[in-house]
Design a protein around this ligand. Structure first.
Ligand code: OOB
Length: 523
C-alpha cells in the first residue's frame, strides 16, 4: 500500500476522494433513479432497481455468514448478476476476486486457495461449460458456492436475498477488490485495488472518454477484466449515469445487433476483435450510426487498422494501453488523427510518474526505447501475499516494473515497442509462459519445454510449444498435448497453438533457453 506521504498527496490533489465503490452506484441512483442502468437480454433495470437489488443481495450475503474482509472468487460472465453481486460484495466490504470465464480447475483452485476464499460465485452453465462441476472440484466445505441459475447441490444467488440492513461503510483506503495480473511469471498474482484508487480510475477514465448520462456502453469484452470493468467500462458508465448493455459475446453478430437495438455509443475491444469487426461490417447490414467511440487496447493495434476505424466503422478511435496493475494511457478525443493512429496514448493522470530505463535501470535518452516503470495514485505498490515476487516487481522507491518496452514522444504519448516479460499476448489474452511450461513438463514424454510467442496476423501472437522428448518416448502430437493440458484444468486460451520438437534447445550465455533463437529457427 501507499505510504502516508503519498496518500496525503493523492488526497490533497483530489484523486482520492474518500468515496467507496458502493457509493458510486448509490450516488448515481440518487441523481437519476428512473434512468436505465443496465440491459441484459430482456432484463432492463433502472438505477433505483439495481441499487435496491444490490442492497438486498448484500443483506442476503450477510445473513449467510459472509462478512467484511472475506474474499470471494467471482467467475460470472457479462450478465446483470455480475453487477448485482459486485455491488453487494462491495457494500458488505467483502472483496471480489475476479476470475475470467475461461479459467478452469488449475487457475480457480489456485485462486480459491491463495485468496482463502469464503465463497465462489458462478453461473450454472456458460458457453457450453457446467461451472457446478468445476465448483465440485475446487471448493471444499469451507467455500460457499453461489450459483446464478440452477444451483444443483449449491445455493442459488436468487435465494441470497433479504430485507436491506444498514451496513457500515468500508474504509475508502481499504482493498475493494482484486484483479488478476496478466503479466507476471508463474501463477497469476492478485492485484489489490482500493476504493479510493479504483474510484479515481473509473471516474477519470469516464471523463477522458467523454461519458455522460447519454452514454450507452456495450460490454463486449469480459467485464471481469479491468478494461471492460473500469476503463471506464461498466463501472465508469454507471458513475456517469449512462446505460450498460451486456453482450453475450463480442462477435459481430451479437454486438452489432445490440448496437442497433440499444443505440450503443461507446464500446471497447482488443485489436483482434477490432479487425474482425472491420471485416464483418462490410457484410452485416446493421445500423451502427449511434456508435461514437471505439476503444482499442490490451495489445498493440497496428497503424493500418487504426486508420480504417473512422471511415469503415463510422466512429472515433481511442487507443488504450493499460494494465490491471494500474497505469492507464489513453489517446485523447481531441488528439490529432496521426497521434491516435500511431501511439498508445498518454497517462491518465498528471501524477502518473513514468520512467523509461535500460537494462541497468538507468533512464534512456529522450525518445529512446526502454522498459516502462511507473508509480501513481492508482498503480499498486505490491501484489497480495507475494513478498518474494514483489521484491522483483517494484523498485525500492515503489515504481512498478511493467515489463513493457516503450518510447515516449515529446507530447508525452507512449508507443509500445515490445516487452521484456515472458508473457505471450494472444490477442489481448495474456499467456504466462512459465505457468504453461510447468504443466508441459509434467507430461511423461517431455524432458524440457519452452512456450514461445510467434507472430500472427490476426491475434498479434500465437503460442508455440517447443519440446525436447525423453529418450525412448514418442513426441506427443498437438491434439494429445492440448487434451492433456485440458485434463490438467488449464484455461483454453493458454493451450499451445502449435508444437515443435527439437533434439536440443539453444541456450543464452547465462544458460537460459533462448526463445529468440527458437522463434528465428521456425519456418
Ligand atoms: C490490459 O491489462 P492486462 O493486465 O491484461 O495486460 C497488461 C499488458 C500490458 O503490460 C501490455 O503488455 C499489454 O497488456 N497491453 C498493450 C496494450 N494494452 C495492454 N500492449 C500494446 N498496446 C496496448 N494498447 O490489457 C488492459 C487494462 C486496462 C485497459 C486496457 C488494457
Amino acid at each position: 500500500m501507499w505510504s502516508e506521504e503519498f496518500a496525503a498527496r493523492y488526497r490533497e490533489r483530489g484523486y482520492w476522494t474518500g468515496t467507496t465503490l458502493g457509493e458510486v452506484l448509490r450516488g448515481a441512483a440518487a441523481r437519476h433513479p428512473a434512468r436505465t442502468a443496465l440491459v441484459d437480454g430482456d432484463t432492463r433495470l433502472t438505477y433505483a432497481e439495481l441499487d435496491a437489488l444490490a442492497n438486498r443481495r448484500a443483506a442476503g450475503l450477510r445473513r449467510r455468514g459472509l462478512a467484511a474482509g472475506d474474499n470471494v472468487v467471482v467467475q460470472l460472465a457479462n450478465t446483470a448478476e455480475f453487477l448485482v453481486t459486485t455491488f453487494a460484495l462491495l457494500r458488505l466490504g467483502a472483496r471480489p476476486v475476479y476470475a475470467l470465464p475461461a479459467h478452469r480447475r488449475s487457475e480457480i483452485s489456485y485462486l480459491v486457495a491463495h485468496s482463502g476464499a469464503a465463497a465462489y460465485v458462478i453461473p450454472d452453465r456458460h458457453a457450453g461449460f457446467d461451472f457446478r462441476v468445476l465448483a465440485g472440484e475446487v471448493a471444499d466445505d469451507s467455500v460457499r458456492v453461489l450459483v446464478d441459475g440452477d444451483p444443483g447441490p449449491y445455493t442459488a444467488l436468487a435465494d441470497v436475498d433479504a430485507d436491506p440492513v444498514d451496513l457500515p461503510e468500508p474504509d475508502p483506503s481499504s482493498v475493494a477488490l482484486f484483479l488478476l495480473s496478466g503479466g507476471t511469471t508463474g501463477l497469476p498474482k492478485l492485484i489489490p485495488r482500493t476504493h479510493d484508487d479504483y474510484a479515481y480510475n473509473l471516474r477519470a477514465s469516464a471523463e477522458v472518454t467523454g461519458m455522460d448520462a447519454e452514454t450507452v456502453y456495450l460490454a463486449a469484452l469480459p467485464v471481469s477484466h479491468n478494461f471492460a470493468l473500469a476503463c471506464p467500462g461498466v463501472l465508469g458508465t454507471l458513475y456517469a449515469g449512462g446505460t450498460v448493455v451486456m453482450a453475450p459475446s463480442p462477435s459481430p453478430a451479437d454486438a452489432f445487433a445490440l448496437i442497433e437495438r440499444e443505440g450503443v455509443t461507446v464500446t471497447a475491444l482488443v485489436p483482434s476483435l477490432a479487425l474482425l469487426w472491420l471485416e464483418a461490417v462490410k457484410a452485416v447490414r446493421r445500423d451502427l450510426s449511434s456508435l461514437r467511440l471505439l476503444q482499442v487496447g490490451g495489445a498493440r493495434l497496428a497503424e493500418e487498422p487504426a486508420r480504417r476505424i473512422r471511415p469503415e466503422l463510422g466512429c472515433a478511435l481511442q487507443q488504450v494501453f493499460g494494465m490491471a496493475e494500474g497505469l492507464l494511457n489513453y489517446t485523447r478525443l481531441d488528439d490529432p488523427e496521426d497521434v491516435v493512429a500511431t501511439t498508445q496514448g498518454r497517462p491518465l493522470c498528471e501524477d502518473d510518474e513514468i520512467r523509461i530505463v535500460d537494462s541497468e535501470g538507468a533512464e534512456v535518452a529522450p525518445g529512446g526505447i526502454g522498459e516502462l516503470l511507473t508509480r501513481g495514485p492508482y498503480t499498486l505498490r505490491g501484489y497480495y501475499r507475494a513478498e518474494e515476487h514483489n521484491a522483483r516487481s517494484f523498485t525500492p522507491d515503489g515504481f512498478y516494473v511493467t515489463g513493457d518496452l516503450v518510447r515516449r514522444l515529446p507530447t508525452g504519448h507512449l508507443v509500445v515497442e515490445g516487452r521484456v516479460k515472458d508473457v505471450i499476448n494472444r490477442g489481448g489474452e495474456k499467456v504466462p509462459t512459465e505457468e504453461v511450461e510447468d504443466h508441459l513438463m509434467t507430461h511423461p514424454a517431455v524432458r524440457e519445454a519452452a512456450l514461445v510467442g510467434v507472430p500472427d496476423p490476426m491475434l498479434g501472437e500465437r503460442s508455440c510449444a517447443f519440446l525436447r522428448v525423453r529418450d525412448g518416448e514418442r513426441a506427443p502430437a498437438l491434439r494429445e498435448l492440448t487434451a492433456y493440458l485440458r485434463e490438467r484444468g488449464l484455461a483454453d486460451y493458454k493451450l499451445p497453438d502449435r508444437v515443435e520438437v527439437r533434439a536440443e534447445f539453444p541456450y543464452t550465455a547465462v544458460g537460459k533457453v533462448s526463445k529468440k533463437a527458437l522463434v528465428e529457427g521456425l519456418s
